[in-house]
Design a protein around this ligand. Structure first.
Ligand code: MSP
Length: 662
């Protein structure tokens, strides 16, 4: 029996669960379930990352103290995952007392060993990533974070540095000795070249805000949010019995998105080594997966294209969503999410393959074996049985290896390959012909063999589709999969003959959707198309009067509205854009260190000097739009009316630039 400890990243509470975060969480749960089947003792950890400047700012914008704000959003994560059939063992919050105590201890240990020291610091910082950026990494113009496409901040303060540079060589040696620590291989190479290019000491505390864990020896400082967050993986186990899940007595697999690999593969082991952990007490695997995209864009709050996994689970059942996420994207790669592809895969793999196999076999048994599992004598097997047996052995073994190797898409591909082989076997063995010829022993053999394969399939789909596995087993007259510690129930051998056991068919396991039903479902599921960020109008798109008077848009909830970052902007400068009749180039103060450049289609109505000094309404989180020749707009102004008679949305009174409109 092994011990398998799987973690998801802890999610920032500035967003609610979306399909991207559901993705990692579902995969972690599926891996946990596979290891349960293998008889391992398992522990799954997920939770929320609640400290830091970003969360403090969002809470303030919503007029809440950070803890109240975190309580609200954290609950949404905690309650979301069970609705997707995810059964975590602990949901950790970085505001939990035991976590905070652990992090302080970790800090003290590192400080005592001399790897934290105080000095002055100045660098660029992206609040979105909660990460320092080098000048080289920024996109120009505008010093933009390449991921968030928003200007970074210049941070200059007293800080505690973590002596990361000292760990460069030990880390490289560790990677060398543990080639599977960073996966997949391409990501490993990226990390290796990053570390080889030299590690700088890491600023590990902040003094310009207070929402964080205070540094024990100097509480004017709060710890860098990543120092606090990474420690969750170890703090969750405490000092007692659960430490058996930590290496060397347990195996730890951290699943992370590719954007946060560096923190996990470089900083995390360095913190642990610096605190005195031995090499064999470091995590076993950091696996970086790709991004789920919608129309090629990463799903996230700031891009406003997030798909709600709970809605999909409600409409289709959690298992269908789980299956699609596990199967459609090669784990490790990016993958585009597409509602239509989900329905197509549902019909093809679930409805027409495994679902059809079950209905067919149960239907035949109702007619030919009195609705019971028939008996079988293996010594009379023919070539078709031998062929099915070969497919069985190879698929079951390959699926097992794939689960072990963190390749759920391959595991499911092999599972469905077995189902296809069984469907082919029905056709070739043709029990209906044997029945016509009165060959009852052969009929019994064929149907018994198929029922045994179906039983194996019901176990093999359990990590991905636990509820459907239960339903399938009920139809086969079996109780749900019941893993036990130290008992390996992976169906390496074909399950036993269950002669005489009554079957209980109860309709299609995966009723297929015809074209009409599919179209109807898509209409319901696909959110109304928002303009793709790259094409979003950076200038106000003047509404035709008839459009303005048209019926109001579909209702949205407060959460949707809250995704739009509307801010008061003060126009600092304004000029015409050469050779563009309609465009003005403005610089607008939206409360950030530098004014933003915004390009707006206002020139047919306003002379540039009419706008300087006005307080306008800025859509601040619209993705930048290029106008050619290096001209990029970082936001949009609101206005109404035809191009040559625009009325600009402005703000009266003394609202400060950057104030949020809500
Ligand atoms: N709080 C940190 C993690 C700390 S772990 C010690 C964080 N949080 S996050 O909420 O911004 O992101 C959490 C994870 O979700 C990351 O692994 C990120 O890659 C992943 N994803 C966010 N959007 C995603 C997609 N669209 N697709 C796949 N994963 C995505 O970073």
């Amino acid at each position: 029996m092994g011990r398998f400890y799987v973690t998801t990243p802890i999610y920032y509470v500035n967003d609610v669960p979306h399909l991207g975060t559901a993705y990692t969480t579902i995969i972690a749960d599926a891996l946990r379930r596979y290891h349960l089947l293998a008889g391992d003792e398992t522990f799954m950890l997920t939770g929320t990352d609640e400290h830091g400047q970003k969360i403090e700012e969002v809470a303030r914008e919503q007029g809440l103290d950070p803890k109240t704000f975190c309580d609200r959003i954290s609950t949404r994560f905690r309650e979301a995952w069970p609705k997707l059939d995810v059964a975590y063992d602990r949901f950790i919050r970085t505001t939990d007392d035991d976590h905070e105590a652990f992090v302080k201890e970790l800090w003290k240990k590192i400080e005592e060993k001399g790897d934290l020291y105080e000095a002055d610091y100045e660098d660029w910082y992206c609040v979105g990533c909660e990460s320092y950026k080098t000048e080289k990494e920024l996109e120009q113009p505008g010093n933009l974070c390449p991921l968030h496409k928003r200007p970074v901040e210049r941070v200059k303060e007293r800080t505690y540095f973590f002596r990361l540079s000292k760990w460069e060589k030990p880390l490289l040696e560790f990677y060398e000795r543990h080639p599977h620590f960073i996966q997949p291989e391409t990501r490993r190479n990226e990390v290796l070249s990053f570390v080889r290019s030299g590690l700088r000491d890491l600023s590990c505390s902040r003094t310009s805000f207070t929402w964080g864990i205070p540094v024990p020896s100097n509480p004017k400082h709060v710890m860098y949010v990543w120092f606090d967050a990474l420690a969750n993986y170890r703090s969750a186990l405490g000092h007692g019995d659960l430490t058996r899940f930590w290496p060397p007595s347990g195996r730890v697999v951290h699943l992370v998105g590719k954007d946060i690999l560096r923190f996990h593969a470089v900083y995390w082991p360095a913190f642990l080594l610096a605190a005195g952990y031995r090499e064999e007490e470091l995590p076993d695997v950091v696996y970086a997966h790709g991004f789920l995209t919608i129309d090629g864009q990463k799903m996230s709050k700031s891009l406003r294209n997030a798909v709600d996994p709970l809605r999909l689970a409600q409409e289709l059942g959690p298992d269908v969503l789980r299956y699609h996420l596990l199967r459609a994207v090669a784990f490790g790669q990016d993958g585009d999410f597409d509602h239509a592809a989900l329905l197509e895969r549902y019909n093809a793999d679930l409805g027409k393959n495994i679902g059809n196999l079950l209905s067919r076999v149960l239907g035949l048994c109702t007619k030919m074996t009195d609705g019971k599992h028939p008996d079988d004598d293996p010594s009379t097997d023919g070539p078709v049985e031998a062929e099915l047996g070969e497919a069985y052995r190879s698929c079951v073994a390959a699926a097992r290896t794939a689960w072990e190797d963190l390749a759920p898409h391959v595991a499911l591909e092999q599972t469905f390959k077995l189902s296809s082989a069984a469907n082919a076997y029905v056709d070739r063995a043709a029990p209906w012909t044997e029945a016509k010829n009165g060959n009852t022993a052969r009929v019994a053999k064929i149907l018994s063999r198929l029922l045994r394969v179906l039983e194996a399939l019901s176990v093999m789909i359990w990590p991905a589709m636990p509820k459907k596995s239960d339903e399938m087993r009920a139809q086969l007259g079996l109780s749900p999969v019941h893993p036990g510690l130290g008992v390996d129930v992976w169906p390496v051998e074909m399950p036993q003959v269950r002669a005489g056991l009554a079957l209980a068919p109860s309709g299609p396991l995966f009723p297929t959707f015809d074209d009409k039903a599919q179209a109807k479902l898509l209409e319901k599921l696909v959110p109304p198309k928002e303009p793709a960020p790259s094409a979003a109008p950076a200038a106000p798109a003047p509404l035709a009067p008839e459009a303005a008077a048209a019926a109001t848009s579909p209702m949205i909830g407060y959460d949707d509205f809250a995704r739009i970052d509307l801010r008061v902007g003060l126009v600092k400068t304004c000029e015409k854009v050469p050779k563009k009749d309609k465009l003005l180039r403005l610089t607008v103060d939206v409360g950030e260190p530098e004014p933003r450049i915004i390009v707006a289609g206002l020139a047919l109505t306003f002379a540039p000097e009419q706008l300087v000094g006005r307080k306008v309404v800025v859509v601040a989180n619209l993705a930048p739009r290029e106008f050619g020749k290096g001209l990029v707009s970082h936001g949009m102004l609101l206005a109404t009316g035809p191009s040559e008679k625009l009325i600009l949305a402005t703000v009266d009174g003394d609202a400060a630039p950057g104030s949020r409109l809500k």
